[in-house]
Design a protein. Structure first.
Length: 203
């Protein structure tokens, strides 16, 4: 017996294949909006933590480069602020970049390495780093020890601060602390959403 073929689709099947209703679409969009509202602050916090970590690691790497170059060349290597990566400048509290340079006279120097910090990251070293006189600037000596001016070593630990003016994360500060022995460590701090100047000698 031959089967008779039906033409056309069942009305119920056609209705079910029509897609989302307006109510279903509105509910989906509302759920996505809620999920995004929850996820975005966490994403911002993670992103800023990564920026702070990368910037503090950059500071440490630059200090290590200064020490290695001072020993290798048997000459003093200064740490100073720079806007262009070529010349030291004085005396901004918020630096444009971290320049390593060798003094070649009272008014000139030779650039060895340059680390630049881009917004929203701010780089704020302790006031010890801001001297108008070359001979008084923080530098690595030929024996690899950090020193201040003509002193044989640093009198106390000093800070190079990396910060983002935000409350996400709450600990929005990374202090790279340079010790008289040459040891470097990193400390987190809560700036209350701001980037205050660091103390000369951290506790």
């Amino acid at each position: 017996m031959a089967l008779k073929r039906r033409s056309g689709a069942c009305p119920d099947v056609a209705r079910n294949a029509a897609g989302f209703t307006l109510i279903e679409l509105a509910v989906t969009v509302a759920v996505l909006a809620v999920l995004l509202a929850i996820a975005l602050p966490s994403f911002e916090t993670l992103s800023n933590q990564n920026r702070l970590g990368a910037a503090s690691n950059q500071v440490i790497a630059t200090l290590q480069t200064a020490r290695v170059e001072a020993i290798r060349q048997n000459r003093k290597v200064m740490i100073c602020d720079s806007a262009d990566g070529a010349q030291c400048r004085c005396c901004e509290r918020r630096w444009g970049g971290l320049l390593l340079a060798q003094p070649e006279g009272e008014e000139s120097s030779r650039s060895l390495a340059f680390a630049q910090f881009k917004a929203p990251v701010e780089f704020i070293p302790a006031s010890d780093f801001n001297s108008r006189y070359w001979k008084d600037r923080i530098a690595y000596r030929a024996d690899g020890r950090p020193a201040s001016g003509s002193a044989p070593s640093l009198p106390s630990p000093i800070t190079l601060r990396v910060c983002i003016p935000t409350s996400r994360p709450a600990n929005n500060i990374r202090d790279v602390v340079l010790h008289p022995s040459g040891r470097v460590d990193v400390r987190d701090a809560n700036g209350g959403g701001a980037c205050p100047f660091p103390d000369t000698s951290p506790s």
